[in-house]
Design a protein around this ligand. Structure first.
Ligand code: 1CP
Length: 362
């Protein structure tokens, strides 16, 4: 650890960190007037960066997630390269299933792969339902990064949502159509609800702990929600999401929360009424349509088609302008509609960031 980074303590006192010098992100969430829209990119710390690949070399992925110095370093890499208005801590959604006792490896070209996915309700009895000190290294990474950022931009914490984590734990690897998970939903709804409740509890605690450690906004990645019908979303997942948002707000009323409900076309009205402050919109929507459905109080984030970054610079600029022209004057955070991909060219991300900077809010 740095000589000048103090030891992490368990009190919520963000005044102990260096003062924030770029307040665009938090101003936007508060609905304050903006000189320009804040911008960052989901999965901005990742495999599209040479320096990330170099840092990762030779270290097993899930060991890496518990090495604060390394997590801090790869969190800072995109901040050094781009004029972002936020950083997101390097970690993974799969750290929670691991805490619960599930064994996971990251396989090349496959992604996270579980040795023994959940099969029966009896498997739930063996799951650990307390965080204990198992994620302390993640919180150390957040604390360290918040100091090292030195107030240049705010730090975002995150977790997976209950549905997305359940799909990984039951399917065992990339969830695809989530048919095994849906067998739980339709054949063993009580067992499924039990799993979702366990996850919701851990997710809420993990988010609150990240805030205590220094996160200035926290985001729930519900990346697989698009597989669910509205009936099952409303019955099983929405109540869990509402509880998560309420629990975090109750513990940390001053810290904004965000949800990324990827692919879920029917959830906006309900989420706009929830305690989430920010809804991250995927690329399949026009922002103005979403805004018309959610009202003026919630902040929207997004939503450039990530694959537009494969296109020529002019197209990236035109699409960014078209997107921001629908974003009003505040309560918007410019972002992609999903994460950076390993074969993205960093130069194209730079074009996006510059296009956001150049956009004049009317
Ligand atoms: O070196 C490597 O191969 C590691 C690749 C990698 C990275 C860079 C994984 C494994 N996880 C991460 C970091 C990560 N994961 C972040 C970092 C912060 C950032 O820069 O945004 C975040 C937010 C996540 C979240 C995550 N992990 C999600 C939700 C977000 C999303 O993109 O939908 C999911 C579904 C995962 C699972 C996961 N972890 C890793 C992989 C390869 C996967 C499968 C999905 C994928 O291929 O991206």
């Amino acid at each position: 650890m740095d000589m000048n980074v103090p030891t992490r303590t368990l009190d919520f006192d963000h005044a102990k960190f260096p003062p924030l010098r770029n307040t665009l992100l938090l101003d936007s969430v508060q609905g304050r007037p903006l000189s320009r829209f804040p911008v960052w990119a989901m999965r901005q710390a990742g495999r599209y960066l040479e320096e990330f690949k170099a840092s990762r070399e030779g270290v097993p992925f899930f060991d890496f997630c518990h090495m604060p110095e390394k997590c801090c370093e790869v969190t800072l890499q995109p901040i050094r390269r781009f004029d972002f208005d936020a950083s997101i801590i390097f970690s993974d959604i799969i750290v929670l299933p691991q805490v619960m006792g599930m064994e996971v490896e990251l396989l090349p070209k496959v992604g996270p792969s579980f040795t023994t996915p959940l099969e029966t309700e009896a498997d739930l009895d063996g799951l650990v339902t307390e965080l204990g000190d198992s994620l302390d290294k993640v919180y150390d990474a957040i604390f360290l990064t918040r100091h090292r950022l030195n107030g240049v931009v705010p730090l975002i914490g995150f977790t997976g949502g209950p549905w997305t984590l359940a799909t990984y734990m039951i399917e065992g690897s990339s969830p695809g159509k989530c048919t095994k998970t849906k067998q739980w939903v339709f054949q063993r709804p009580d067992a499924f609800r039990r799993l979702i409740d366990m996850l919701a509890e851990l997710i809420a605690t993990h988010l609150a702990n990240q805030i205590t450690a220094g996160a200035q906004l926290v985001q729930v990645f519900e990346s697989n929600l698009g597989e669910l019908a509205s009936e099952e979303f409303e019955e099983f997942i929405l109540p869990a999401l509402l509880r998560i948002a309420e629990s975090v707000k109750q513990k940390h009323p001053s810290v904004p929360t965000a949800i990324f409900p990827r692919g879920c076309h029917f959830c906006f009205e309900a989420l706009a009424k929830s305690k989430f402050d920010v809804i991250s919109v995927d690329w399949t929507h026009q922002l103005k349509d979403v805004r018309a459905r959610v009202g003026e109080q919630v902040t929207l984030q997004g939503n450039l088609e990530p694959c537009a970054l494969y296109g020529p610079d002019e197209l990236i600029r035109a699409r960014t302008e078209k997107m921001l022209a629908q974003a009003g004057s505040t309560r918007h955070i410019a972002n992609l509609g999903w994460g950076m991909l390993p074969d993205h060219d960093p130069e194209k991300l730079q074009v996006f960031v510059e296009a956001v900077h150049a956009f004049e809010i009317k």
